[in-house]
Write a protein that binds this ligand. Structure first.
Ligand code: G3H
Length: 489
């Protein structure tokens, strides 16, 4: 087990003497099922929250601090040092991603490698951004030196499904742009941050990045209540985001960088390649057990091919391999949230009571730490699975004859992140593609929804996001364009 009582405030690795939070894995290490104890981290209190915010405020010093005014080259050097130190922790971090959140080995490795690449790409993009920003412009006798400056102090809260990658997709661009930050890891995927504490401490000047462990209610709320947080950077759910925003006394001043819920649909048209659609819908709805904001969370299949598609799809779901994350070929893996199987069961019960059916043989089979993904059909709008973001292994199916059915559903939805469209003649489909692009932010043709490649804009309409992430866009989201003007008198 990893017993770490350390946390990082104002450049110091402090030792916590108070209550510790125990971290368990839903993966059993014995034959008779029992969650595995993995270690513990501090359960810090309001005092430490306030101290960490004070440290970030002091390091920022209203924009006069050493970090926000530091030369670009020096900030890059800090980031380069950090990524090098982080790379040395690959093996341990990958192991912890598997144990803590149950991500399978290829995906755990991908999460680590993708994060490292994200940091390198951010550094490169930042160099270009800086060159752009150093430009002079002259218009109507006014010469402007345009720059890009930081926003202030960032409170950074990441999600459990990408405890490394998505947190760093917020933290790294925030820091390189000259902001200072307090970062609180998610509840699951928290231990893997502890081996990186030293890397943060050694790479950045004191107070630039502060890392605290504990409950959101205890730590994030008091920080928001001070009104001194300039940016809330959060990937997670809108309920937590809204609760935090409401606590900020000057919430209209608060900048929001949020990645929230989505209910991405797949639409399968009559001439689609069904084998390809099945393969992509499996990857889209069930990789990491559907615990991805970009996961396909509802499938619309045209009546003309419904029977053929569902036959292939249900067989493919039941042929997937369940196992522990390190088992060869394990695609479905234990769920980190102990109550998730129960929640999926509730969605099933509700759908069955309203006329839905589980149409795959294994669907709904309960295990200690898993529930076999049910394929539910027909799904109607009064069902919870239609409305709620299941964020887990369950696939609702609706059929249609008129394309306006999925289009109207999407227009009525609270979400607007991505869609997958499966069809044949892309040229002929272009008016439909245009219509879809006005409902979401990414239309995937004959492929599942996903965030990457990380250089492409990652955002959403309506309740799905505020601000745009990606290597390129995040640097812009975490900064503001300012300029010095010289009038040609
Ligand atoms: O949870 C949402 C993630 O941003 C999904 O990312 O599509 O790379 O799995 P992904």
């Amino acid at each position: 087990p990893i017993e770490s009582n350390r946390y990082l405030i104002n450049g110091e690795l402090l030792s916590w003497k108070g209550k510790m939070a125990k971290v368990y894995s839903s993966i059993s290490s014995t034959d008779s099922y029992q969650p595995t104890y993995l270690g513990s981290v501090p359960e810090l209190e309001e005092q430490q929250a306030n101290d960490s915010l004070e440290a970030a405020l002091e390091a920022y010093d209203q924009g006069k601090g050493k970090w926000p005014t530091m030369r670009v080259k020096e900030r890059i050097a800090c980031m380069q040092k950090f990524v090098k130190l982080m790379e040395a922790k690959r093996e341990l971090t990958v192991k912890l991603i598997m144990w803590e959140i149950g991500k399978n080995l290829p995906d755990a490795e991908k999460e680590f490698d993708r994060t490292v690449q994200y940091i390198y790409d951010t550094i490169e993009d930042y160099k270009n951004l800086d060159r752009d920003a150093a430009k002079f412009e002259k218009n109507e006798g006014v010469v402007a030196h345009i720059r890009r400056g930081p926003l202030g102090v960032v409170l950074c809260l990441g999600p459990y499904n990408y405890p490394l990658n998505e947190t760093f997709a917020l933290l790294i661009p925030a820091l390189i742009m000259g902001n200072t930050a307090v970062f609180k890891p998610a509840k699951f995927g928290v231990l893997l941050i502890t081996p990186l504490l030293e890397a943060f401490q050694e790479s950045f000047p004191k107070g630039v990045v502060n890392i605290v462990f504990g409950r959101g209610r205890v730590l994030a709320s008091p920080m928001m209540k001070t009104g001194k947080v300039d940016v809330l950077a959060l990937i997670g759910n809108s309920k937590s985001a809204n609760a935090l925003i409401d606590q900020h006394p000057k919430s209209n001043r608060l900048r929001l960088i949020l990645g929230l819920e989505a209910k991405n649909p797949a639409i399968i048209l009559p001439h689609a390649d069904l084998d390809l659609a099945v393969k992509e819908c499996i990857a889209g709805s069930l990789s990491f057990n559907g615990q991805r904001c970009t996961a396909l969370k509802i499938i619309y299949v045209h009546e003309a091919i419904r029977t053929a598609f569902l036959e292939k799809f249900t067989a493919a779901v039941d042929a997937l391999k369940f196992g522990n994350p390190w088992d060869e070929g394990a695609f479905l893996t234990p769920l980190p949230e102990p109550n998730k199987p129960q929640y999926i069961q509730e969605l099933i019960d509700d759908a069955l009571a309203k006329g839905g059916k589980i149409i795959n043989k294994k669907g709904g089979r309960l295990m200690d730490n898993y529930i076999w993904p049910p394929v539910l059909y027909p799904v109607t709008k009064d069902m919870r699975i239609y409305e709620e973001e299941q964020f887990g292994p369950a696939i609702p199916i609706r059929s249609f004859t008129d394309i306006n059915t999925p289009l109207n559903d999407m227009a009525d939805s609270n979400y607007g992140q991505q869609v997958s469209l499966f069809g044949k003649d892309i040229k002929e489909l272009s008016p439909l593609i245009d219509a879809l692009a006005n409902l979401v932010c990414r239309v995937n043709l004959n492929s599942s929804c996903q965030r990457g490649p990380d250089v492409y804009p990652f955002t959403g309409r309506k309740d799905s996001a505020k601000a745009t992430l990606s290597v390129h866009d995040a640097l812009r989201s975490f900064s503001i364009r300012t300029f010095v003007a010289l009038k040609d008198n």
